[in-house]
Design a binder for this molecule. Structure first.
Ligand SMILES: [Zn+2]
Length: 143
């Protein structure tokens, strides 16, 4: 299925879903814990998955089994770990902020990458100088 980029949340999820993933993660916004159970996924310690399933049986609102995904995505924002797609919609304020300041963020990122380019060029010049010195030394050694 194609992502609907006219949808704000879809844009956010697409950009950040791969940033951090885990087989079991707690949403700091609401306290819910999501855990994957699809076959072959979930790098659990011995007995960990059993404990999660047993807690889910007792507290189905707080421990949520995710059988259809190989991992749960989350982002860190303002000191909190927020599960992407959590029912509490924890990334909405972040997404709203990004949308509101999209032009400013674009300008910020332009300056960020420009600074990176300046640093990369300086490193390239230094590497070229080192290479030239090394070539001269090798030429001297040959004589
Ligand atoms: Zn949540």
């Amino acid at each position: 299925m194609l992502t609907d980029y006219t949808d704000q949340q879809a844009r956010f999820d697409t950009a950040f879903a791969a940033m951090a993933t885990c087989c079991s993660i707690k949403c700091d916004n609401c306290g819910r814990t999501y855990f994957v159970t699809s076959p072959g996924h979930g790098d659990y310690e011995d007995g960990e998955l059993g404990k999660l399933r047993s807690r889910a049986a007792k507290e189905p609102e707080r421990f949520i089994e995710v059988p259809d995904y190989s991992s749960v995505s989350f982002v860190h924002w303002a000191g909190k770990q927020l599960v992407i797609g959590c029912v509490c919609d924890p990334t909405k304020p972040t997404s709203d902020w990004i949308e509101r300041y999209a032009e400013e963020l674009t300008e910020y990122l332009r300056a960020y990458w420009q600074a990176k380019q300046v640093k990369a060029r300086a490193l390239k010049r230094k590497a070229d100088e080192c290479e030239a010195i090394l070539a001269m030394a090798e030429t001297k050694d040959d004589k």
